[in-house]
Design a protein. Structure first.
Lengths: 862, 68
């Protein structure tokens, strides 16, 4: 079978089209015009379609004109039209001479196909009329009216018969479109053909170009004339009542998926933006998505241009051209093109969905997860969106680091501030890291995050506490402002930036703390005054306060004590010591020393009944902002604790010294009498007094040495070093705390050394008792001179027994103390132990470790 | 003469064509196809182009059916 269209040149093709048009107009009974009415145009298209298809092709290889003629003859004979049959033969013969065989065959074939077509047509027309009439008329007249029609038309009857014959004719030959074996063969081809016609006809109800246009509208979310939003399936599709063939419908539906996605995306964006608590980061995220959509629009515009949609007159021609397979935008091409933007839209939709209920850093974390996708294009898409969305975050970081400002009404930033914090606690408590808002691409850098916090805090601190507003607008900070804008994926530059900012502000803070607020000077003051480093001051104070503090605590008045304190401060060389330690100019030092002396204070603890003044008295040092951030309340509390302990120690020392005084004075008096005259008891008493005093002295002095030199000095050096090397505020605070806690530990003031501490206290208490004993003894001594009666002996005995009591108590406690000390594994304690041991005197008295082990073993086995 | 004359061959050709057309028209009438001369002329031309007769026949059938 010949295929026509492929081998034709364009001129021939146009010629064919012209011919077809002619055909159509001829059939329609019109003269051929230049511009056909639309129905005729449709028919032209249909004709072309059928002609270019194979639906009507029949195997013709065996057919010959002879056969056809035979067939025709037979049919005519059957219809009793002999004359016509003869005439036919004649015509055929003459035609054979005129034209070639092949052409004749074709014509005959054609005519055979169309044979009796006229009657079939008129028959169908009559049928239709009959149907109409029967519909209109009443039942009673139905049979009457229809019958005459039937009866009065014998021609019609024969036509009916003939049309059957026509059908028979057509049933010959195999058709490749028969798909239903149940139907009789003769109708199969008819049905197939009819179906084809129907489908093709419908296809040309709406041309492809129009469908393409509609599809492009749908892809932007706009409803067209034919492609509308179907509520039922929640999609864009061709309205079901419009005649469009099934595959085309399906194709359009798939293309319109993009339209649905687009609409959905827009909706989601709308929701996101209308949410009142949607913060700046969410908004910039929406902006990024909208940018992507704008790009999508641009590409769409190109496609539209290609579809020639800008010029509406082209639609008709486009349809024709499309039918001829020209190079233009078809639905299929549109579909293929759609796949890539579809992918993109899908991902945008996924991102928007994921971002739904989140904000701030958490939103960025979620987006960051998507960058772990394997596909490069998706990765780059998400990256670019993330870059735009994280712009507010980095702006906030920048502002925080450079200005210490936190403008976060939607709580998106990972640094947050608490309300209602006093100036003292600004450093400590005001700012904290909101962990949930830390974006995941920064969460690995915990050092970075804490540096950011530090840098900002320093700036805030400088502004608020040090009232250093001028520096912030200084040109020293110019380089920081010139930094490149920070962005996502630039963690390194962020790190560098934060580092630089940190250094700059910390250096400034350090400078201020040391120069303006004289941090070091205050530390020295604390050391000397609170920690009783200034010997002459301490002595003076002890001298003045000794009498007062012996009173019960309820009788003490702070003001009085304060006055005494002040006096001793000024009379001591405390000021000079500090000044020399700082080695600064005199004028400034005067101010400072005055300030220092002003800050010294007396703090009285809660007076409990029966407590002496000694128990409640403690020295204090008042700090102001900003130094309160370093010397916080708990730090000062520890200072006071240590101070009290040291004060107690000093007091014991002092008391023992006074007993020596008493002893010396009284013994000098004794020289007036000869030693030989002393009673043995008196002599024992005498000796014992010395002995006890010496023992106590030994302990107290060695312990004091330990405290002053091995504990305080060492830690103090460390502190000074650390203060020098400190990089930022945090380190300063840390150094201070470390200093104090080390001292606490070494002085056994911490909980784990409770037993040792108690022993020490007991020992010191004993010294107090000894002191009071000495006073009674002294009183006795003074009376004794005047009275040599035996009552004195009894008194002496009493005194001796008392002293013996004190001594034995002291001995046991001391030994226990030494044993306790042995359990502490520290070098300094070992040294202390060595010294307290008094050349091995005590350790020889104590059982050794092996002896203890032996005894316990014996005890167990027995 | 200003315009070209038809050659003899061409004249003969047209004559023959007309004859063929006439005879085909008669056959068409005998077979009661319902075609008129004009349509038949076009059909013959199309057949000459090499179109499939049965396809053409289907086209004509369909078009006539639509027009009714």
């Amino acid at each position: 079978m010949q295929k026509v269209n492929n081998s034709k040149t364009p001129e021939e093709a146009t010629h064919i089209v012209a011919l077809v048009r002619q055909l159509v107009s001829a059939i329609n009974g019109n003269a051929t015009e230049e511009v056909l009415p639309s129905s005729q145009a449709k028919q032209v298209r249909l004709a072309l379609k059928i002609l270019s298809s194979r639906i009507s092709s029949r195997k013709q290889s065996y057919v010959d004109e002879q056969v056809i003629v035979e067939r025709l003859k037979r049919s005519l004979a059957k219809a009793n039209r002999i004359r016509d049959a003869v005439r036919l033969l004649e015509l055929v013969n003459s035609l054979k001479q005129l034209c070639d065989n092949h052409q004749l065959t074709q014509v005959l074939y054609f005519l055979e196909e169309l044979a009796y077509h006229e009657q079939a047509l008129s028959h169908s027309k009559q049928q239709r009329l009959a149907n109409q009439l029967s519909d209109l008329s009443l039942d009673s007249t139905l049979s009457n009216s229809s019958n005459p029609l039937k009866v009065s038309n014998p021609l019609l009857d024969s036509a009916i018969v003939d049309s059957n014959q026509v059908k028979n004719l057509e049933s010959r030959g195999n058709e490749d479109t028969s798909h239903d074996d149940s139907k009789p063969n003769n109708t199969v081809r008819e049905d197939a053909f009819q179906e084809y016609i129907v489908k093709e006809n419908e296809a040309y109800e709406i041309s492809e170009a129009i469908l393409v246009r509609e599809a492009i509208y749908a892809v932007q979310g706009i409803e067209g004339k034919y492609v509308k939003y179907q509520e039922k399936n929640d999609e864009y599709a061709v309205a079901p009542d419009i005649g469009v063939p099934q595959p085309v419908r399906e194709l359009i539906r798939r293309i319109c998926r993009m339209g649905w996605l687009y609409k959905h995306l827009k909706q989601q964006l709308q929701e996101l933006q209308s949410n009142p608590s949607c913060g700046t980061i969410s908004r910039s995220f929406c902006g990024a998505i909208e940018n992507e959509l704008d790009e999508y629009y641009e590409v769409l515009a190109e496609v539209e241009a290609q579809a020639g949609m800008t010029n509406f007159e082209n639609i008709e021609n486009a349809g024709l051209l499309a039918a001829k397979g020209r190079d233009d935008l078809t639905l299929r091409k549109l579909f293929v093109w759609c796949q890539e933007p579809l992918e993109k839209l899908k991902w945008l939709s996924v991102l928007t969905e994921a971002a739904y209920n989140t904000k701030g850093g958490a939103l960025l974390s979620i987006l960051h997860e998507f960058t772990l996708h394997g596909d490069k294009s998706i990765q780059s898409l998400v990256c670019s969106i993330l870059r735009k969305a994280s712009v507010p975050l980095f702006d906030a970081v920048r502002k925080w680091i450079l200005d210490g400002e936190l403008d976060d009404p939607y709580e998106e930033f990972f640094i947050a501030s608490r309300q209602g914090i006093t100036a003292e606690d600004i450093w400590d408590k005001k700012f904290y890291i909101r962990q949930s808002m830390v974006p995941s691409f920064l969460s690995m850098e915990s050092h970075l995050i804490s540096s950011i916090l530090l840098a900002g805090k320093t700036v805030v601190f400088l502004r608020k506490c040090c009232s250093d507003g001028s520096w912030l607008s200084d040109k020293f900070r110019e380089p920081l402002f010139r930094e490149k804008p920070l962005g996502y994926n630039q963690v390194d530059s962020l790190r560098v930036f934060v580092q630089a900012a940190c250094e700059a502000s910390s250096n400034r803070l350090k400078f201020l703390l040391f120069e303006k607020f004289l941090l070091k000077g205050h530390c020295i003051a604390l050391r000397n005054l609170i920690l009783l480093g200034q010997g002459d001051f301490v002595q003076n104070l002890l001298d003045s306060l000794a009498a007062d503090l012996n009173e019960p605590s309820s009788d003490l008045y702070r003001n009085n004590l304060l006055g005494t304190l002040d006096a001793s401060l000024r009379s001591s060389s405390a000021a000079i010591t500090i000044a020399s330690a700082l080695s600064a100019e005199d004028s400034m030092m005067d101010n400072f020393t005055n300030e220092v002396l002003d800050r010294m204070d007396v703090r009285l603890l809660h007076p409990s009944s029966g407590a002496q003044g000694w128990d409640v008295f403690s020295l204090d040092y008042r700090f102001d902002v900003p130094l309160t951030s370093i010397f916080t309340k708990d730090v000062m509390e520890m200072y006071r604790k240590i101070s009290r302990f040291l004060w107690y120690l000093k007091r014991s020392n002092y008391l023992l010294c006074t007993t020596w005084n008493t002893h010396f004075l009284s013994s000098s008096q004794d020289y007036k009498h000869t030693k030989l005259e002393m009673k043995p008891i008196a002599r024992t008493l005498y000796n014992k007094i010395h002995f006890v005093r010496m023992k106590m002295m030994h302990f107290v002095e060695n312990f004091q040495y330990y405290v002053m030199f091995e504990v305080l000095e060492v830690s103090w050096n460390e502190l000074l070093n650390k203060l020098q090397k400190a990089q930022d505020m945090n380190e300063l605070i840390l150094a201070q705390r470390l200093f104090i806690s080390k001292i606490l530990e070494k002085l056994m003031l911490k909980e784990k050394f409770r037993s040792q501490y108690q022993r020490i206290r007991q020992l010191l208490d004993l010294t107090v008792r000894y002191h009071s004993f000495m006073r009674t003894w002294a009183m006795h001594k003074s009376i004794e001179d005047l009275d040599f009666s035996t009552e004195m002996e009894k008194r002496d005995e009493n005194l001796l027994s008392k002293l013996v009591q004190i001594e034995t108590q002291y001995d046991t406690i001391f030994e226990e103390f030494l044993q306790d000390l042995q359990t502490i594994e520290k070098d300094e304690i070992r040294a202390l132990l060595f010294r307290l041991n008094f050349n091995g005197y005590y350790s020889s008295k104590m059982p050794t470790a092996s002896q203890i082990a032996r005894e316990s073993h014996q005890h167990l086995s027995s | 003469m200003p315009f070209a004359k038809e050659t003899f061959e061409q004249q003969q050709k047209t004559e023959r064509k007309n004859e063929i057309l006439e005879m085909s028209y008669e056959i068409a009438k005998i077979l009661e196809t319902g075609l008129d001369r004009e349509t038949l002329q076009v059909v013959v031309d199309l057949l000459e182009q090499g179109f499939d007769p049965s396809a053409l026949a289907s086209v004509v059938k369909e078009l006539t059916r639509q027009n009714n």
